[in-house]
Write a protein that binds this ligand. Structure first.
Ligand code: CA
Length: 669
C-alpha cells in the first residue's frame, strides 16, 4: 500500500482518537486480562431451526441484535437483547432459519449505546456494508465447486505472479470484455482487443503467468456501492468488512449473495485455466477508527495506542491493528482460513506485514498450509510509520528468517535495477547509473548469503536476511509508485521509446532470471503506463485502465515478456529452492566495468537439462565486451530478443559483445 494515500484521512482519524484519550502509561495493558474466545461460531450461526448470535465484547455493559428485512434504509423489525455468556461473549437465539434477513449489533459501552455494526465476522453484507446478511453460503457455489482446485505449487519459486486491479484489467473499451470492472470480467473467454488479440483470461493463459494477485477484493469503504454509475475508482486499501467481497465488483451490490457467487465464479474460471488466485489482504488498519466494526464491537481492543490513548499509526492511515493480542491474531488467522476454504484462494499478500508480529504470521502460514500445501504467503516486510510493537517482533523483511513459509518483497532488487522508487528521476543498474551492481547481485541470489556477494555494499540491506530463496519476491514495479514505463520516461530524459522498452526488457530479465519468486504489474508486458501518476489509488479509469490496443502496438515487447516467462518456467535452474544450492551453482564472473554483471548457473542446477547457463547484463548505454568460455553455446537472449528454446543461433565463446541496455543469455547442455 502506498504510504501517501491517506495522509488526510489519517489526520482526521487521529484527531478523533485524541478526543477519547485515556491518561495512562500503557493504555493497552488492560487488554492482556481479557478472555479470548476460541470457538468457531462467532456472531452468526444458522442451524437446527434456529438463528443464533454470539458477539465477543468483554467490556460491553449490554448488547443487542437488530433484525431487518432489507440491506439498508428500513427500520428494524425486531430488537433482541443479548445475554452475557462465557469468555466475553454475548449470546441470543431466535427460532427459525432467517435466510434473507439482515442484522446488526449494538453494544452499551461507557453508559451509552454505540452505533450499530454488522460485526467483524459478517460473511455477507447489504449494499454499503452497514448490515450483515443471512444467506445460505452453499447457494453461492458455482457448478463443480466441490471439485475446484487451484494449481499445485510445490515451491513458491515456481510461481509467476501477476498483480492486477479488477478495473485496470477490463474497464478500457479496448478490452472487449462485457462485465467491465467486475469479478465476472475474468470469466469471459474469447475476448479480444480491436486488433483481434486476446484480452482478459485468454491473455493471462497466453502470457503464461501462474497466479493472478488481485488487489483488495474484500468489502472496502471508499467506493459508493449505491451509485456505481459514477464509476468511482479505488485500490481498496481501506477495509470495511474483511470477510465479504467488495460490492462494486458485483453486478448487483444490493444482492448479498451475488457478489459472493460472482467472486467464486472468477476463482473457478481462473482455476479451470490453470491459474491460481492470490488475494491482497489489509489487516493492518481499518478505514475508520472509532467508527470501525472493530471499535463498535470491542472498543479499543483491536488497535494499538500511544501512551496518551490516541491511535498509534504504523500504517500511515490513522490506526494500526494489534495482532499481538489473542483475538486480533485469531481474527487474521481465521479470516484467511475462511477465504482459503470458502473461496479456494491460493495465496495471500499481506499489506504492511511488519505491523503484524512474526508469531501471528507463522500461524497464518502453518494453518493455511494445513488446508492446502499449495497456498503461499508473502508481504511487505515494512511499516509506514513507527509502532509500539518492538522491532524484533515485527514481520519485517529483516526478520524473515524468523518466519516459516513467508516471503517478503525485495526492495533491494527493485530500487537497484530501476532506481529509487519515489525519486522519479533517479536511475538504476538497467538505466545506466553505476553503483548498484552489488545490490543487483543481492537480488540475483535472493538475499541469501553468497561468498561472492558483498552485503556491505548493498544499497538497502546490509546483510543476507533470507535463509532461503523461497523467502523473496523479486519485482521492479507494482501498483504503488510509477509504473515501469512511467519510471523509465521520468528517469531517461531525451531517450526514445525504443530505448525505454529495451530498458524494461533488461530490468524484467534480471527479475525473471533471479532466484526467488518473480512478480509483475499487470499490463507491463504491453508497456502500459499510468500517464505519470505515481499514486493512482483513486485516479479515474482514464489513468488506471489498461489500453489493450498497446498489445498490437508493442507486440515485440509482449513476445519478449512471454518468452521470458516461458524460459523461467521451463528451467528449474532459475527456481532453486535452497540457499545451499545457490552457493553451489551460482558463480559470478569478475567484471571491473560499471553496469555490467556476468554470472553462470552451473552443473545442471535444480536438475536442469542445461549444464550451464551464462547470463550477462549490460545496463550501460555502451556496448561491452565479455569473455565467454570456449565451446558451443545456444543463444537464448541477445540484443533485446529472446528464444526460450535457445534458437537465436549459436556462439563459439571467446570475446563477445553485449549490446547496450540488454541481456545476453547463453546455455549449453
Ligand atoms: Ca464496499
Amino acid at each position: 500500500m502506498n504510504i501517501y494515500l491517506t495522509r488526510l484521512a489519517a489526520a482526521a482519524i487521529a484527531a478523533t482518537g485524541a478526543l477519547c484519550a485515556h491518561a495512562s502509561a500503557d493504555p493497552d495493558s488492560r487488554f492482556a486480562s481479557w478472555p479470548a474466545y476460541r470457538g468457531d461460531d462467532l456472531e452468526l450461526r444458522v442451524a437446527d431451526g434456529h438463528t443464533s448470535f454470539a458477539l465477543w465484547s468483554p467490556e460491553a455493559e449490554a448488547a443487542r441484535v437488530m433484525l431487518y428485512d432489507t440491506g439498508r434504509g428500513t427500520p428494524a423489525t425486531d430488537t433482541i437483547a443479548m445475554t452475557r455468556a462465557e469468555q466475553g461473549l454475548w449470546r441470543a437465539s431466535v427460532p427459525g432459519e432467517l435466510y434473507g434477513k439482515y442484522y446488526t449489533f449494538s453494544i452499551r459501552h461507557g453508559g451509552r449505546w454505540l452505533d450499530e455494526t454488522p460485526g467483524i465476522w459478517a460473511k455477507a453484507v447489504g449494499v454499503g456494508g452497514k448490515r450483515a446478511a443471512i444467506i445460505d453460503l452453499a447457494s453461492t457455489d458455482p457448478e463443480g465447486w466441490d471439485a475446484d482446485r487451484g494449481p499445485e505449487v510445490g515451491h513458491i519459486t515456481d510461481a509467476v505472479i501477476y498483480e492486477m486491479h479488477h478495473r485496470d484489467m477490463s474497464m478500457h473499451p479496448s478490452s472487449g470484455i462485457v462485465h467491465k470492472g467486475k469479478f465476472l470480467a475474468l470469466t469471459e473467454p474469447g475476448t479480444t482487443s480491436p486488433e483481434g488479440l486476446a484480452t482478459g483470461i485468454d491473455h493471462l493463459k497466453e502470457l503464461g503467468v501462474t497466479h493472478v494477485h488481485i488487489l483488495p477484493s474484500y468489502d472496502y469503504n471508499s467506493v459508493d456501492e449505491t451509485n456505481l454509475p459514477a464509476g468511482e475508482y479505488n485500490w481498496g486499501y481501506d477495509p470495511q468488512n474483511y470477510n465479504a467481497p467488495e460490492g462494486s465488483y458485483s453486478t448487483d451490490p444490493a444482492d448479498p449473495a451475488r457478489r459472493i457467487a460472482e467472486m467464486k465464479r472468477m476463482v473457478k474460471a481462473l482455476h479451470d485455466a490453470g491459474i491460481g488466485v492470490v488475494m491482497d489482504v489489509v489487516y493492518n488498519h481499518t478505514a475508520e477508527g472509532d467508527g470501525s466494526n472493530f471499535s463498535l464491537t470491542a472498543p479499543g481492543y483491536f488497535y494499538r495506542h500511544r501512551p496518551d490513548g490516541s491511535y498509534s499509526d504504523a500504517s500511515g492511515c490513522g490506526n494500526e491493528t494489534a495482532s499481538d493480542r489473542a483475538m486480533m491474531s485469531d481474527f487474521i488467522v481465521n479470516s484467511v482460513k475462511y477465504w482459503a476454504q470458502e473461496y479456494h484462494i491460493d495465496g495471500f499478500r499481506f499489506d504492511l506485514m511488519a505491523i503484524h508480529d512474526t508469531e501471528t504470521m507463522n500461524r497464518v502460514a502453518a494453518e493455511l498450509k494445513a488446508i492446502n500445501p499449495s497456498i503461499f504467503v508473502y508481504g511487505e516486510g515494512w511499516t509506514a510509520g513507527d509502532s509500539p510493537l518492538p522491532a524484533e517482533r515485527r514481520a519485517l523483511k529483516e526478520n524473515v528468517a524468523k518466519m516459516q513459509g513467508i516471503a517478503v518483497f525485495s526492495d533491494d532488487i527493485r530500487d537497484a535495477v530501476k532506481g529509487h522508487y519515489s525519486r522519479a528521476d533517479d536511475r538504476g543498474f538497467a538505466t545506466g547509473k553505476p553503483g548498484s551492481e552489488e545490490t543487483v547481485k543481492i537480488g540475483i541470489v535472493a538475499s541469501t548469503a553468497h561468498p561472492q556477494v558483498d552485503y556491505s555494499k548493498g544499497n538497502n540491506s546490509k546483510f543476507a536476511y533470507a535463509t532461503s530463496p523461497e523467502q523473496i519476491i523479486n519485482y521492479v514495479s507494482c501498483h504503488d509508485d510509477l509504473t515501469l514505463t512511467d519510471k523509465l520516461a521520468a528517469s531517461m530524459p531525451g531517450s526514445t521509446e525504443a530505448e525505454r522498452r529495451r530498458a524494461a526488457r533488461l530490468a524484467q530479465t534480471i527479475v525473471f532470471t533471479s532466484q526467488g519468486t518473480p512478480f509483475m504489474f499487470a499490463g507491463e508486458e504491453i508497456f502500459r503506463d499510468k500517464k505519470g501518476v505515481h499514486n493512482s489509488y483513486k485516479s479515474p479509469d482514464s489513468i488506471n485502465a489498461i489500453d489493450w490496443s498497446l498489445k498490437a502496438a508493442n507486440a515485440d515487447q509482449y513476445d519478449y515478456y512471454r518468452g521470458l516467462i516461458a524460459l523461467r518456467r521451463a528451467h528449474p535452474a532459475f527456481r532453486l529452492t535452497s540457499a545451499d544450492d545457490i552457493v553451489r551453482h551460482i558463480v559470478f564472473d569478475k567484471t571491473d566495468v560499471p553496469n555490467l554483471i556476468s554470472y553462470s548457473i552451473k552443473d545442471n542446477a535444480g536438475g536442469d537439462e542445461w549444464k550451464e547457463i551464462k547470463l550477462v547484463f549490460n545496463g550501460s548505454t555502451e556496448p561491452r565486451e565479455v569473455k565467454i568460455p570456449r565451446g558451443e553455446w545456444m543463444v537464448v537472449a541477445r540484443d533485446g530478443r529472446i528464444a526460450p528454446d535457445g534458437t537465436l543461433g549459436t556462439l563459439r565463446g571467446g570475446r563477445v559483445t553485449v549490446e547496450p541496455t540488454s541481456a545476453l543469455i547463453l546455455a549449453r547442455r
